[in-house]
Design a protein around this ligand. Structure first.
Ligand code: FE2
Length: 370
């Protein structure tokens, strides 16, 4: 990108880019976003400038450098020399709307879930990048040849960042021993849901690692919650709107603990792409809507549940010792069929923000790049 021309105005600069697009930047904005080392920490990109105590910005001179690749500004009564790349200014004025990173799936993903060898992805951060890419695409990956001890569970979780503490602890070690009030600690079937609808910030990613299993059943089932949302959006726009609008309260209770959260079933990001699914009919709290909303809610929520239970949208597999599944709890609903015998799993959560952080750093993206 280049700047073709820039024109000084009373309290701003008008810019014409090489793609003929134009933009106005106020002097206050330009000074506030100055990238000189005194205004912006070069390594953390934190603002050191005291925005609301700086002198009123007045232009002394502006010029284009490097054939319009850089705009340089000299300020009056201010020794700061501010330089902006044309790329940065263009990105600010015309932020690109990226294509969504997700690829919607139904049961055609059965036997095609991206699988990674534990030893291979453990070698370096770069070796882990394909896992991140697959997670962004499908919201689910599996790992093979994972040592059947919890140090491997911990190592996998820490590929993203620190392990999230919750009422279930940090690193879980759970078998059908009913250590918590949650049905995960039993051998009964658990229907499709996302975790933590009762928290303010539902867990980002969840890892389940099989340490031992001797028995029958225990199929882990998964559904692409974004795919379900897309189907409803296409088939029943009104119901889709209800799912994005009405916040559904949820709770978790055990002695000494009472957690409460409230989320719409579907949340979109600023670009209109799917960002988060929160769906758990088991943990839903009592709430009373207007008669009109109540009707709309039961219909839309019921429609979501109906599609979630459609085998054409489900995949399932049994976790065997040495296998782990890692899924996006903001997207992929999970369930487990009942089982007999003994099953010992380890696992844990990582926060959404740490997953995004790992994705951005491994890809070398700056804060203003999507
Ligand atoms: Fe769960």
């Amino acid at each position: 990108m280049r700047i073709h021309a820039c024109q000084c105005q009373e309290d701003g600069i008008s810019i014409e880019f090489s793609d003929k697009k134009t933009a106005e930047f106020s002097l206050f904005w330009l000074r506030d976003h100055s990238t000189d080392a005194k205004s912006l920490n070069p390594s953390t990109l934190q603002r050191d400038l005291d925005t609301f105590n700086m002198p009123v910005p007045k232009l002394a001179q502006q010029q284009l450098l490097n054939d319009g690749a850089v705009l340089q500004i000299h300020w009056q009564n201010d020794a700061t020399l501010t330089e902006f790349t044309a790329d940065f200014l263009h990105a600010m004025a015309y932020p690109c709307v990226p294509e969504p990173g997700y690829k919607l799936w139904g049961n055609e993903l059965q036997d095609r879930v991206p699988d990674f060898d534990f030893n291979q992805i453990s070698q370096s951060d770069a070796a882990f990048l394909p896992v991140i890419d697959a997670m962004e695409n499908f919201g689910i990956v599996t790992f093979s040849n994972v040592p059947t001890d919890m140090s491997a569970t911990k190592a996998l979780l820490e590929k993203i960042g620190y392990i999230r503490e919750s009422v279930f602890g940090g690193l879980w070690d759970f078998s059908n021993n009913q250590a918590h009030s949650d049905s995960a600690y039993t051998s009964v079937g658990i229907g499709l849901h996302t975790d933590g609808t009762y928290t303010i910030d539902p867990p980002g990613l969840q890892l389940l690692h099989c340490l031992a299993f001797e028995g029958e059943g225990a199929f882990n089932q998964f559904v692409d919650g974004f795919k379900v949302a897309q189907l409803i959006k296409e088939q029943e726009p009104q119901a889709y709107q209800t799912l994005t609008r009405i916040k559904v309260p949820a709770h978790y209770i055990e002695p000494g603990i009472q957690l409460r959260g409230e989320h719409p079933v579907v949340r979109e990001d600023k670009n209109g792409h799917f960002e988060q699914i929160c769906f758990n009919n088991f943990d839903r709290s009592p709430f009373k809507l207007t008669a009109e909303d109540e009707k709309a809610f039961y219909h839309a929520y019921g429609k979501y549940q109906q599609l979630v239970n459609d085998p054409a949208l489900q995949i399932q597999f049994q976790l065997q010792p040495g296998k782990a599944v890692w899924f996006d709890n903001w997207r992929t609903l999970h369930a487990r069929t009942a089982f007999s015998g003994f099953r010992h799993l380890a696992g844990g959560y990582t926060n959404r923000e740490d997953y995004i952080s790992k994705k951005l750093t491994l890809r070398g993206q700056t804060p203003w790049q999507e």
